[in-house]
Design a protein around this ligand. Structure first.
Ligand code: DAH
Length: 353
């Protein structure tokens, strides 16, 4: 077989014309076979024939044939890409009867749903809903709440201290002590009362942090609901009534509660509150540890030292305060067995709510 450069160029032109005309990927694949395929490809015929050429012609023809093969390969690929990008519109076949693709919509995290629910109930009871800083000072988190430096009660609220934040930048003073991640929402009692005069009723729902080992019922990050009410004539019955109303509205049924004496530096007297187990109706089951009661929250009458720190006149006001763990409340409500699910980011858990 005699091969000339013009023969090769002729094949190239013919191939390019056909590639141009091709409307779909299948015909381009066929063109690839026709020109570049190993068995019947025209360019391969040429390459195979090179060995029969006179020695001095081989390099020139060989180089040209390779160049053309490469070029054609490129053109075929480009044409395929164009088709797949839909530029060559006529070749795109659409099936309008196919079902649409479902867009996966997310929803609020169960803890966020719970926050809204709790906020709604407390606002219906006449409480203002407050926010507060998650970054606090030692003064607001401890001192003003009657937990002075070195007081053993600080061990109950071991936390994370923040390095590298300038106090000027977040507008605190040197005397407020070190910066930390708040361990509870109680500091908002102080911040709010500093700004306002009684009568007042407020509820703070927010994120708190503890430096502690995690297990099924302990997390380093948790949510607390802090409520307080201050006026000239407030007593423990107001506290009991508020808590019972809150729990009954939340659970949608009458809930019995009981108070046990306890200790918190910022309340006097202080109580621990249990409510009758909803799972067994108070008879005793695995949820309530066979006792018929579920431990729920801490509360008490606000300590006179707290009013002193705020600058309220001594003896003029009384008030109650309580702190509820939002995570634990939700765990009870929805039978969640491990607090660590909340921050796990596991969608199998989240999608159940
Ligand atoms: N701040 C407490 C805690 O983190 C909870 C608490 C207890 C809040 C009694 C209160 C209270 O307002 O009166 O453990």
């Amino acid at each position: 077989m005699i091969i000339t450069p013009s023969q090769i160029k002729e094949i190239k032109k013919e191939a390019e014309r056909e590639i141009e005309k091709a409307q779909d990927v299948l015909s381009l694949d066929n063109l690839w076979k026709k020109y570049l395929g190993r068995k019947e490809g025209k360019m391969n015929d040429i390459l195979r024939g090179i060995k029969d050429l006179p020695l001095d012609q081989r390099p020139q023809i060989g180089a040209l044939a390779n160049q053309v093969s490469q070029k054609l390969e490129e053109k075929i690929n480009q044409a395929k890409e164009k088709i797949s990008q839909g530029k060559n519109k006529s070749s795109v076949k659409r099936d309008f009867t196919l079902p649409g693709r479902k867009i996966d919509l997310g929803h609020e995290h169960p803890l966020t749903q719970m926050r809204w629910k709790v906020a709604e109930i407390f606002s219906s009871l006449g409480f203002e809903i407050l926010d507060g800083p998650e970054m606090e000072t030692e003064y607001y988190n401890f001192e003003a709440l009657n937990i002075p430096d070195g007081h053993p009660a600080r061990d109950m609220w071991d936390t994370f201290f923040l390095k590298g934040f300038s106090q000027k930048k977040i507008k605190t003073t040197e005397s407020e002590g070190k910066l930390l991640l708040r361990t509870h929402t109680s500091p908002m009692q102080i911040r709010f009362m500093e700004k306002r005069q009684p009568p007042l009723r407020a509820c703070v729902i927010g994120r708190c942090f503890r430096n502690e080992a995690t297990d099924v019922s302990h997390e380093h990050t948790l949510y607390q609901v802090e409520g307080f009410c201050v006026d000239e004539d407030i007593n423990v019955s107001n506290l009991i009534h508020t808590l019972r109303s809150f729990l009954s509205l939340l659970f949608g049924q009458e809930v019995k509660i009981r108070l046990r004496p306890s200790y918190f530096p910022f309340t006097e007297p202080s109580f621990e509150v249990d409510f009758s187990c909803l799972n067994c109706g108070g008879r005793g089951c695995s949820v309530c540890g066979q006792s018929g009661w579920v431990e729920m929250l801490g509360c008490g009458m606000i300590h006179p030292r707290v009013y002193e720190a705020i600058g309220y006149p001594a003896g003029k006001y009384q008030g109650f305060a309580f702190g509820i763990g939002l995570d634990r409340l939700l765990m009870m409500l929805r039978q969640i067995d491990d607090i660590r699910w909340f921050h796990s980011g596991d969608l199998r858990f989240i999608r159940q709510f």
